[in-house]
Design a protein around this ligand. Structure first.
Ligand SMILES: Cc1cc2nc3c(=O)[nH]c(=O)nc-3n(C[C@H](O)[C@H](O)[C@H](O)COP(=O)(O)OP(=O)(O)OC[C@H]3O[C@@H](n4cnc5c(N)ncnc54)[C@H](O)[C@@H]3O)c2cc1C
Length: 308
């Protein structure tokens, strides 16, 4: 992992920096590249625009590691409202939640109850509930809660991170559930004994895991979602899918709002279902620092705003 990436990821956890930078106008302007606005209404409007172009969306309210059960209950209630809005507006939209935003650190049992409530509402509203994957210390409880919710509801999926050394075994353990898996490379600062340290290794691990998922998806035994902007990787996976007899509609690509927008439309026009993950909310500092870390060239984008 490059030094810049490591520094940016470390900075993402600094509350002092968050306080210093979050109020700066230039920083707020730069964030707009990845976020249509802080309010749910801006996210819903963006989802409606995408729907008019045939693209689906996934909505997520920024926030993590809440420190009180009241806050966690507020997050649950917020997402229940989001599902209601999606239904009323008939948007092709799903939701994605972080378990520490739903109070995983405080009370895993209450977090499970909240997840069950969201999964039940998502199913009733013909939407879908995704669970993000956070730092490696949360993987075990996240898998546990996902399995519990998946046993009760089909419409719930989980993010797995290709950079973790444990993920091949985790994926194999989940496959009997015919799961919905969103495979990503991984966005956090992890030590080398936990996560593969170099990008080529992560890319190679992603290709192997994606191939395994594709085999299952081709037989209708998994919902395979590739959460990546790596167009070379996506092209190779599409070839692999052809070899397996999996039609472009048998797997999906999910990308982040504001990244590779033209590729999103091109893939969709070629028959690959595409969803755009739209983030919104005021708690964007750690999330934005992770976006900068993914492509340190983005730092220059911020600097240009600062000077312009
Ligand atoms: C839908 C979705 C959901 C995700 N959910 C999670 C999650 O739950 N947990 C988690 O740990 N991570 C999550 N991530 C983030 C993921 O782990 C990666 O950090 C991120 O996607 C960058 O990796 P990449 O696969 O795009 O490949 P990379 O090899 O990093 O990037 C490929 C190319 O995409 C472009 N690109 C990538 N990132 C950016 C950026 N920030 N700005 C501008 N261009 C960029 C660049 O051109 C780059 O060369 C998610 C990503 C997506 C798309």
């Amino acid at each position: 992992m490059s030094l810049t990436r490591r520094l940016l990821l470390r900075a993402s956890r600094s509350t002092w920096l968050a306080r210093q930078l979050s109020q700066r106008a230039f920083f707020r302007r730069a964030v707009r590249r990845f976020m249509p606005g802080e309010d749910l209404s801006a996210a819903l409007a963006a989802a409606a625009d995408l729907a008019r172009e045939g693209l689906g969306s996934v909505l997520t309210q920024l926030g993590e590691q809440v420190t009180s059960r009241d806050e966690a209950a507020g997050v649950r209630d917020h997402y229940l409202r989001v599902l209601e809005d999606i239904r009323q507006r008939q948007l092709p939209a799903e939701i994605s939640v972080k378990l520490t935003h739903l109070g995983l650190d405080l009370n895993p049992k209450a977090c499970l109850q909240d997840l069950l409530a969201l999964a039940a509402r998502a199913a009733a509203d013909e939407s879908f509930l995704w669970i993000d994957m956070e730092e490696s210390r949360y993987v075990d409880p996240t898998l546990e809660l996902f399995q519990a919710v998946r046993t009760a509801h089909e419409g719930v999926g989980l993010c797995l991170q290709a950079y973790l050394r444990r993920t091949p075994a985790d994926l194999e353990a989940l496959l009997p559930l015919a799961p919905a898996i969103r495979l990503v490379k991984g966005a956090y600062n992890e030590p080398p004994d936990v996560a593969l340290p170099s990008k080529p290794e992560v890319d190679a691990a992603y290709a192997v895991l994606a191939g395994r998922l594709l085999e299952r998806a081709a037989r209708g035994e998994a919902r395979a979602v590739f959460g990546t902007h790596d167009l070379g990787l996506i092209a190779r996976l599409r070839q692999r899918a052809l070899g397996l007899g999996a039609a472009p509609g048998a797997y999906e690509v999910h990308m982040l709002y504001g990244i590779r927008a033209s590729a999103q439309r091109a893939l969709q026009s070629e028959g690959v279902p595409v969803r755009v993950l739209i983030s919104y909310g005021t708690h964007w500092f750690p999330w934005y620092m992770r976006r900068l870390a993914e492509r340190p060239a983005n730092v220059w984008f911020v600097v240009r705003h600062l000077m312009g």
